[in-house]
Design a protein around this ligand. Structure first.
Ligand SMILES: [Zn+2]
Length: 184
């Protein structure tokens, strides 16, 4: 496995041709999307940092993420709430959206995609418009792979408390998935 490009943004692309130490992110000319085997290798041997990678269009449907019994399908009302946050219509979001079955320990809000999305936008990891396009299926397919740093924090979209999904270290798990955006 080659090293992974480090871009200024948290969306990075894989480029096997750039020498070590000269990695750059996200220029279309040299961008190579991760294939299925690349992703599986990153899951097996997790990199130091949690990052989001663009992947080939068939990768997400091949990953065994949706088989996790802890992922539940979001309700129509929850998809509507997410759409409002992204300033779009729920009909434009390509489902099915699935999310870890969890409730905020502080205010009892049921965790949805929105909590992950809002935290990522608030922390500057993702851009709201880019996420809107990705979830609409027009912005490519992306996967966030949890690194040895334990993954990204997520905060409750209602009360802003830290949402503790797993004890430190975690295990093999996915927190959310859609046809164009997933976490592993
Ligand atoms: Zn809460």
């Amino acid at each position: 496995m080659q090293d992974i490009a480090h871009g200024e943004e948290d969306f990075v692309r894989y480029d096997s041709d750039v020498p070590e130490g000269e990695k750059i992110g996200a220029t279309k000319e040299c961008a190579v999307k991760l294939g299925y085997d690349d992703v599986m290798e990153l899951v097996r041997r997790r990199p130091p940092h949690t990052r989001t990678y663009e992947v080939a269009s068939d990768v997400l449907e091949r990953l065994p993420l949706d088989t996790s019994p802890t992922l539940r399908r979001m309700s129509d009302a929850e998809v509507e709430e997410l759409a409002e946050y992204l300033a779009t219509s729920s009909g434009s979001i390509v489902g099915p959206l699935k999310v870890i079955d969890h409730q905020c320990g502080h205010c009892d809000r049921v965790t949805t995609f929105l909590d992950f999305v809002k935290t990522a936008v608030d922390d500057g990891h993702h851009d709201r418009e880019k996420l809107r396009n990705i979830l609409a299926g027009t912005g490519g397919a992306w996967i966030t792979i949890r690194g040895a740093d334990g993954g990204r924090p997520v905060r409750c979209a209602r009360c802003d408390s830290d949402v503790q999904l797993l004890p430190d270290g975690g295990g093999e798990y996915s927190e959310y998935s859609s046809s164009s955006y997933a976490y592993a």
